[in-house]
Write a protein that binds this ligand. Structure first.
Ligand SMILES: NC(=O)c1ccc[n+]([C@@H]2O[C@H](COP(=O)([O-])OP(=O)(O)OC[C@H]3O[C@@H](n4cnc5c(N)ncnc54)[C@H](OP(=O)(O)O)[C@@H]3O)[C@@H](O)[C@H]2O)c1
Length: 293
C-alpha cells in the first residue's frame, strides 16, 4: 500500500515537472525567440537551446541565458545532435541554411542581376535543411522525443519559387540551392517517421513584436484576397511553435501561417482554436517537388 502511494506521488511529481524541450537555431532569430519564450515559462518548460558552436553559446550566456540550458551541436553532425537531444521530450527545429552575400569583402557582383551575389556560405540547404533536419528527426526518435515541430516556409508548392534559385549555380546542381524543396523533403521525412509532428509554413518573416496581430492559417500557399498579409512577425511564429506543444489540435498538422496587419482584426490569443478555420485540411505533399537524395 505504502509502495503504491509512493509510486503515485513520484508519478504526480514527474507529471508536474517542467517539460524539457530542445530548440535548434537557438542562436538565430525565430529559434532564439522560441527558446526565450520557453525560458520565460520555467514552471512549464526547462528548455535546451541548441546552437551551432561555442561562439554562439557564449553570446547567449553573455546575454543572461543560463549556461546549463545551452548545448552546442552542428546539425550536420548526427552524433553531436543525438548527444544534444539527450533527455528531451520534444524538439522545435529552428535551424536553417542562411542566405548571405557571397564574398562580401570582395564585393562580387552577379552579372545576371548587377547586385551582390547571394548564396549559402555557411552551409547549403541540402546539408542543413535536408541532412541536418533528417539528423534531428532520427536523433529525436532515438532519444524518445515524442513531438517535433518544424519552422519551415511558405512557397513549397512552387518548384520555381525565387528562393529555390538562390545558390543553385554554386557547384553540383543536384545538391545546391532549392531550399524550399529540401525543406519539403525533410517535412515529408518527419511525417513518415511516426513521430507526432507540427509543420509550420510561415510567410515572409518580419521583426515586429509578437502578440499584436491576428494570425491567419491556410494550406498549399493559397492566400484568399483580403485575408491578411503575406508576412508574419518571427515572434508570432515562435509563440505558435511553443503553443503547438500545448494543444492537441496541432498534433500531426502541416499548415501555412501569416498575419493581418496590427489593428486589423483581434490579436490571436486562443491557440487551441487557431487551426479551426482549416476544418481538418493539411498541406498536400503531392504538390511541389521533393528531390531525390
Ligand atoms: N526570412 C524569411 O522571410 C523567411 C520566410 C519564411 C520562412 N523562413 C524560414 O524560417 C526559419 C527561421 O528563419 P530565421 O530567419 O528566423 O532564422 P535564422 O536567424 O536564419 O536562424 C537559422 C539558425 O540555424 C542555425 N544553423 C544553420 N546551420 C546550422 C548548422 N549546421 N548547425 C546548427 N545550427 C545551424 C543558424 O546558426 P548560426 O546563427 O550560427 O548561423 C541560425 O541560428 C528558417 O527555416 C527560414 O528558412 C524564413
Amino acid at each position: 500500500m505504502q509502495r503504491l502511494l509512493l509510486a503515485s506521488l513520484v508519478a504526480a511529481a514527474a507529471a508536474a515537472a517542467p517539460r524539457r524541450v530542445a530548440v535548434t537555431g537557438a542562436g538565430g532569430q525565430t529559434g532564439q525567440l522560441a527558446f526565450r519564450r520557453m525560458l520565460a515559462r520555467r514552471d512549464e518548460f526547462d528548455p535546451i537551446g541548441i546552437v551551432r558552436n561555442a561562439q554562439r553559446r557564449d553570446e547567449l550566456v553573455e546575454k543572461g541565458v543560463p549556461a546549463d540550458n545551452v548545448r552546442v551541436a552542428d546539425v550536420t553532425d548526427a552524433q553531436a545532435i543525438l548527444e544534444a537531444l539527450e533527455g528531451c521530450e520534444a524538439l522545435l527545429i529552428g535551424s536553417s541554411a542562411k542566405v548571405a552575400t557571397l564574398e562580401f569583402d570582395t564585393g562580387v557582383i552577379d552579372p545576371a542581376t548587377g547586385r551582390p551575389k547571394l548564396g549559402f556560405p555557411k552551409g547549403q540547404p541540402y546539408e542543413v535543411d535536408w541532412l541536418g533536419q533528417r539528423n534531428q528527426i532520427d536523433a529525436a526518435k532515438k532519444c524518445g522525443c515524442t513531438h517535433v515541430v518544424i519552422c519551415s516556409s511558405m512557397g513549397g508548392t512552387n518548384p520555381d519559387h525565387m528562393l529555390n534559385g538562390l545558390g543553385r549555380d554554386d557547384g553540383d546542381p543536384a545538391t545546391k540551392g532549392n531550399i524550399l524543396q529540401w525543406k519539403r523533403k525533410a517535412e515529408q521525412y518527419l511525417i513518415e517517421s511516426g513521430l507526432t509532428y507540427t509543420i509550420i509554413h510561415p510567410g515572409g518573416l518580419v521583426d515586429k513584436p509578437g502578440g499584436c496581430r491576428e494570425l491567419v492559417v491556410g494550406v498549399d500557399d493559397v492566400m484568399v484576397d483580403g485575408e491578411g498579409t503575406n508576412t508574419i512577425p518571427r515572434d508570432d511564429v515562435a509563440e505558435t511553435m511553443v503553443q503547438a506543444l500545448r494543444h492537441e489540435a496541432f498534433r500531426n498538422r502541416s499548415f501555412d501561417l501569416r498575419s493581418k496587419l496590427e489593428g486589423d482584426g483581434d490579436p490571436t490569443s486562443d491557440f487551441a482554436r487557431l487551426l479551426a478555420p482549416l476544418g481538418g485540411r493539411d498541406c498536400d505533399y503531392s504538390l511541389g517537388k521533393i528531390p531525390d537524395d
